[in-house]
Design a protein around this ligand. Structure first.
Ligand code: PGA
Ligand code: ZN
Length: 426
């Protein structure tokens, strides 16, 4: 059982306040977790509690911190907790709102992640192994999807698409994948300098040059992959896009490349990009408010690329279930703070797996040095993680945690894996 609960306000990678909590349990266990924060959020995400007012532009989290240091502390110290599910259910009940707006999802997710660390410590397992046991999955080192070029809400450049990621799926080990990612990132920097383009960075550590067309970004990236000496596609390095289409969807149409697209036209545009570039994954290709567009796009492109719902599903099991039933996508992005507790996050992974969806575990654009998502990616066996560029402390913290896990567990497989392998099959 817990003996102390203490939260404080810290800064995230954008310099905005966020919540850090430390839990102490008997037997000398002391664990910490910090809440990340998105910039391009889905409308149905669990809600952060922000103070408003003048300080920090209204983004202070002293109220969320105070909730942890009062009613959540009282709850946690009031009894002993048999498992994560019971604790998370009690947190949700104490909050009492469907969107976790009273105590704040930022407060609840930090407590829930810290509790998972405490449960894993008490069980004597590493966090990733504890997660695998909770889910009944086989552990796997994921393919890192490095976001090397930033646009959209994560940068000031005129590029509409938010994320251009490189995925070293042809690497044979995780350390090799990290090396490929780093080399390509630096090759891209050199190429930008050669072309007189800016090497300033966006929120996730990727370059944010003053370009506006997705094709320009894709040309730069494929050139960097080749310059670094790697091949394009399956045996080498593939590309994943997160257009984050909410951001350029206005009044029922998509505003991009100086023109307006219907969802069908945008789907055809993606089709042309897939034909010309080694794209393996498309996240939020359409807006969350375009429910008819998603199944059409997935029917058209889903046999050639992974179609990932992020803002569409907000890591919510019920929303993913609807997505499965309507074939709106074929994959889900997993961000614990979108739904608010570790238990709900794990339940969403289970629903996705049972419905034949793949999953990619993800950081947020506003991050801390917390590495929970690295363990979540390994423990879930989902085979995919995105944590921004292979640069900047809050991004490399996750990749470095993966390197640490790989080093400590040299027999863990690396790569995308198959549906069967996730559940411990061959
Ligand atoms: P966010 O962006 O953390 O700003 O929401 C990440 C994403 O859209 O995947
Ligand atoms: Zn996204």
């Amino acid at each position: 059982s817990f003996t102390a609960v203490h939260a404080l306000q810290i800064l995230d990678s954008r310099g905005h306040p966020t919540v850090r909590v430390t839990l102490t349990a008997g037997d000398g266990v002391m664990v910490t977790a910090s809440a990340p924060s998105g910039a391009s959020t889905g409308a149905h995400e669990a809600m952060e509690l922000r103070d408003g007012g003048a300080g920090y532009g209204g983004r202070g989290v002293e109220s969320a911190v105070a909730g942890i240091n009062s009613s959540i502390r009282e709850l946690l110290l009031s009894r002993s907790w048999p498992n994560q599910r019971t604790l998370d259910a009690a947190l949700c009940e104490l909050d009492g709102t469907p969107e976790k707006s009273r105590l704040g999802a930022n407060a609840i997710v930090a407590v829930s992640m810290a509790a998972a660390r405490a449960f894993s410590n008490l069980s004597g397992d590493s966090l990733h192994t504890w997660i695998a046991q909770s889910l009944g999955t086989a552990e796997r080192l994921p393919v890192p999807h490095f976001n090397v070029l930033n646009g959209g809400a994560h940068s000031a450049n005129p590029l509409a698409f938010q994320e251009f990621m490189i995925a070293p799926i042809g690497a044979s080990t995780l350390p090799e994948a990290i090396r490929w990612g780093s080399e390509i990132y630096h090759a891209l920097g050199a190429e930008l300098r050669r072309k007189g383009l800016s090497t300033g960075l966006g929120d996730e550590g990727g370059y944010a040059p003053e370009i506006s067309k997705p094709e320009e970004a894709l040309e730069l990236i494929t050139q960097a992959i080749t310059d670094a000496g790697y091949s394009l596609g399956e045996g080498g390095v593939s590309i994943a896009l997160d257009p984050a289409a909410n951001y350029f969807y206005h009044d029922g149409s998509y505003e991009l490349n100086g023109r307006s697209y219907t969802s069908r036209e945008l789907s055809n545009y993606y089709d042309s990009l897939i034909l010309n570039f080694p794209i393996r994954s498309l996240e939020d290709p359409l807006a969350e408010d375009d429910p008819r567009g998603w199944p059409e796009l997935t029917a058209a492109l889903g046999d050639r690329v992974q179609v990932v719902g992020d803002d569409l599903f907000v890591s919510n099991a019920g929303r993913v279930q609807i997505g499965i039933e309507t074939a709106a996508a074929n994959a889900v992005l997993i961000k614990p703070n979108q739904v608010g507790t570790v238990t709900e996050t794990l339940d969403t992974l289970t629903v996705a797996d049972q419905g034949g969806f793949t999953a990619m575990v993800s950081h947020r654009s506003g991050e801390t040095e917390d590495t929970f998502v690295a363990d979540l990616a390994v423990g879930s066996g989902c085979g995919q993680i995105k944590s921004g560029a292979p640069a900047r402390g809050e991004r490399v913290a996750k990749y470095n945690r993966l390197l640490e896990i790989a080093d400590a567990s040299p027999n863990l497989p690396y790569g995308l894996g198959t549906a069967g392998q996730k559940n411990g099959g061959p």
